[in-house]
Design a protein around this ligand. Structure first.
Ligand SMILES: *[C@@H]1O[C@H](CO)[C@@H](O)[C@H](O)[C@H]1NC(C)=O
Ligand SMILES: *[C@@H]1O[C@H](CO)[C@@H](O)[C@H](O)[C@H]1NC(C)=O
Ligand SMILES: *[C@@H]1O[C@H](CO)[C@@H](O)[C@H](O)[C@H]1NC(C)=O
Ligand SMILES: *[C@@H]1O[C@H](CO)[C@@H](O)[C@H](O)[C@H]1NC(C)=O
Ligand SMILES: *[C@@H]1O[C@H](CO)[C@@H](O)[C@H](O)[C@H]1NC(C)=O
Ligand SMILES: *[C@@H]1O[C@H](CO)[C@@H](O)[C@H](O)[C@H]1NC(C)=O
Length: 378
């Protein structure tokens, strides 16, 4: 019953994805981003001195850049497309950071639900919002004191005209599968997770934000770590080799997220909300990898253990360890551009570029309008 309903919802969702909006005409004075490692440009490394070591960064920045990647993230490519500099993390204070065209509040490991003592990142969504409000208030106060600071800080107008981006929720689902006893329990937790996001977006709107851009969550069940952990019983795997339950939960999450976008528009008449179907882009990439020039759809590039996943939970990318008497290193693969997955949990720069290109094509984006809203979503 639940499954039939799910397929039906999925069909309705796909049909409602008309390329009504072409994001290639992106033109914003500033970007304010909230999220997790999928869009963290150095926040968790700055904020809690998280040790992100080589070979992270090897392809593009040629040193670790605070990104869980060999190079650029999706958000970096989107900033390039907007002809804006890469986002400086809010927490990165050393050097000469410029926030004139935006600020990144995303940090690796962050959740929508409030962090607890064992969370990887203490900077969950509610805290990222608090940081944003402090940032905004400080910027406005400082600009009143000294106009010269416009070189480093966004003008007040940018808070209204800027783009507010969100890519968060993957870690909430991920954690739910470790702590729950059943898939039903995970699915039941989704409304609570999403209510935190909805509430936060509303707060931003009330403070003057108007342009919203929401990435849905990717196919969690296709990450090497998830497959290695939950895929020991082959009946848990789909035809791609991904974990069925995790991808199903990601789909349910995404349907409800889309619904929030719709309701949001109904309630907040001045809001623009673009919904980007990251899930479908990434699943397309993994399904059709050879068509798109990749050789490895699922194996981690930087990892240990060899095929099929080249992933071992005991040893993360770049680390050297004594594993049961022998010294081993989780090295990078020889050609990162042939792998979709970077380190078992994150995508390679090559994959991120592919995803960004498809986002910019407009074919996977929707700015839902109430007139064509699917009626059965609740
Ligand atoms: C694998 O999962 C199936 C379906 O849940 C179950 O019937 C079967 O006993 C499991 N096999 C093993 C080896 O655990
Ligand atoms: C939404 O964005 C479009 C394109 O940028 C713009 O033309 C429109 O006025 C915006 N709508 C609102 C309500 O801000
Ligand atoms: C893979 O590519 C084929 C042919 O372009 C397309 O029809 C299919 O939808 C793609 N798969 C996914 C999951 O998008
Ligand atoms: C260590 O090696 C021994 C002997 O090969 C094996 O029995 C044991 O399971 C290994 N332990 C781990 C943690 O790999
Ligand atoms: C990388 O290339 C070197 C030299 O060609 C080779 O010895 C090594 O096995 C390759 N490593 C991987 C992971 O393919
Ligand atoms: C986007 O969709 C249009 C119309 O279906 C198609 O012609 C175009 O090739 C697509 N672009 C990409 C990058 O997939």
């Amino acid at each position: 019953m639940a499954l039939n309903m799910y397929s039906l919802l999925k069909l309705v969702l796909i049909c409602s994805f008309l390329p009504t909006n072409s994001p290639s005409s992106l033109n914003y004075p500033a970007v304010f981003n909230f999220g997790d490692s999928n869009s963290d440009t150095g926040g968790i490394v700055a904020g809690k001195a998280f040790p992100l070591i080589p070979p992270n960064g090897e392809t593009y920045f040629l040193e670790p850049s605070g990104r869980f990647c060999d190079g650029r993230l999706i958000i970096d490519f989107l900033m390039e497309a907007m002809e804006l500099p890469y986002l400086n993390p809010y927490l990165d204070s050393v050097g000469s950071p410029s926030f004139a065209t935006g600020c990144n509040f995303a940090t690796g490991g962050s959740t929508i639900l409030p962090a607890n003592a064992v969370s990887t990142s203490p900077f969950s969504f509610n805290l990222q919002l608090s940081q944003f409000f402090r940032f905004k208030n400080r910027v406005i106060a400082l600009l009143l004191e000294d106009k010269e600071l416009q070189r480093y800080l966004p003008p007040e107008d940018s808070f209204k005209q800027g783009l507010y981006m969100f890519d968060i929720g993957q870690n909430d689902l991920d954690a739910a599968f470790y702590s729950s006893t059943s898939e039903e329990q995970v699915l039941a937790s989704i409304p609570k997770i999403l209510s935190g996001l909805k509430y936060g977006i509303k707060r931003l709107y009330d403070a003057g934000a108007r342009n919203f851009w929401i990435h849905n969550t990717g196919p969690l069940g296709c990450l090497p770590r998830i497959i290695a952990t939950f895929g020991k019983n082959a009946s848990n795997l789909d035809e791609l080799g991904c974990i069925i339950s995790h991808n199903r939960a990601a789909n349910v999450f995404n349907l409800k997220l889309y619904d929030i976008c719709l309701k949001f528009l109904a309630q907040l008449p001045e809001a623009n909300c673009t919904f980007v179907d990251i899930y479908s882009i990434k699943l397309n990439l993994i399904s059709n990898y050879s068509l798109y020039g990749f050789q490895q759809p699922l194996a981690a590039c930087c990892g240990y253990g060899g095929p099929p996943l080249n992933f071992d939970t005991r040893i993360t990318c770049g680390v050297t360890k004594n594993l049961n008497g022998s010294i081993v290193t989780a090295n990078s693969c020889n050609n990162t551009a042939k792998n979709i997955n970077w380190d078992g949990n994150h995508y390679t720069e090559a994959a991120n570029r592919f995803v960004a290109d498809l986002i910019l094509s407009g074919n996977y984006s929707d700015s839902p309008h109430l007139a064509n809203a699917p009626l059965i979503l609740t």
